[in-house]
Design a protein around this ligand. Sequence first.
Ligand SMILES: Cc1cc2nc3c(=O)[nH]c(=O)nc-3n(C[C@H](O)[C@H](O)[C@H](O)COP(=O)(O)O)c2cc1C
Length: 338
Amino acid sequence: MADTVKIGKAVIKRTAALAPMAGVADRAYRLMCKRFGAAYAVSEMVSAKGICYSDRKTAELCTVTDEERPMAVQLFGSEPDFMAEAVKIVLDYRPDIIDINMGCPVPKVVGTGAGSALMKDIGLAADITAAAVRAAGDVPVTVKIRSGWSADTINAPEMAKALEAAGAAAIAVHGRTRDQFYSGTADIGVIRDVKQAVSIPVIGNGDVTDADSCMRMYRETGCDLVMIGRGSYGDPFVFEEIEARLSGLTYKPPTLEERMSVMLEHIRMMLDMSPKNEEMAMHEARKHAAWYMNGYYGSAKFRGRCYQLSSYSEAENLAKEFIELQNSRIDKNNAKNS
Ligand SMILES: Cc1cc2nc3c(=O)[nH]c(=O)nc-3n(C[C@H](O)[C@H](O)[C@H](O)COP(=O)(O)O)c2cc1C
C-alpha cells in the first residue's frame, strides 16, 4: 500500500482522515485529532450563499491554521454561481482543498436543494462542481457524497463518474443513503463500486471506529484513504492506533490518566478559542467531556454530570473524581484476587 495519496497538489498520509462534522469537529477538535495522527481534516460545512453575503461566521469557519494542514474547507450550496463566488472568497484562507458537501441529510440543507438533495440531480451536482473547479484555479476541489438518496436509488458510482468528468479531484463516499441518515450500517460495497468506477482517489467513510474497521475499509473497498467521523468522539487516539497498525508497530492505548489529561487539554483549547465567556463555551465542551468518559465503570452517571459542567475547574474536579473511582475499583479487585 502506498504511503501517501495525492489529491491534486495536496499530499496526504495514507492512514486515516478526520471527517467534517458540523457542531463537533471545530478547530480544537481538529487539532487534537491531528496531534494523534489524523492525516487530513475538513472544516465544518459552510454555506456558499452565507459566505457571499458575508456571514459573520465565515472567518471563524474558514480559517485554516498551519497545524491543521492538509485541510479542506467544506462548502454547501445548490447554485453554481454562488458556489463559484464562495470558492473565490474561501481561497483567501488558503485551504489545501475545497470540498463540496453533497451528503448532508438534514432538512434545513436538503430543503434548499443542497447537501444530499444533489444526489437526486446529477446534472446540477456536476455543474456546481465544474463552477467550483473553474473558480478554484490550482486548488483541488473534492466532493463528499452518500451512496444515494434511498435504498432503491443507489447512484453513487454514476454520480462519482459525472463529478470526475466535471473536474473533481477526489470523491469521499459515506456508504449510507440519505434516507438512512445515520442509522443502519454503512454499505462498504457501494464504496468499492465507486472506486471501480473512477480513476481519481476515493475516500471511504462510514462506521470506522478502530484499526480493525479501518483495515477492513481499505481491504474491502480498495479506497485510497479512510475517513472517520463519530469513531473519533472522545477518542482522538484512534488515529494513533491506525497509524501504528499500518506501520506494523504495537499500539499502547492511553492510560485513563492520559485520557483525562487530553480531555482537559481539549476543553482548555475550546474555551481559549471561543469568543464566548467560559460558562457559555463550556456548554459546547460538555459533550466532548462526556465522550472521553465513555466505556468505563460508572460512566453513565459521570456523563450525566458532564452535562452540568459550567467551568474548567469543575471539569478538572470531575476528571479527578472519575480517575479515583476507576482506581478504587482496581484496588478492590486486587484485594479480592490476592
Ligand atoms: C454531528 C455530525 C455532523 C456532521 N457534519 C457534517 C458536515 O458538516 N459535512 C459533511 O460532509 N458531513 C457531515 N457529517 C457526516 C460525517 O462526515 C460522516 O460522513 C458520517 O458521520 C459517517 O461517518 P462515521 O460513521 O465515521 O461517523 C456529520 C456527521 C455528524 C455525526
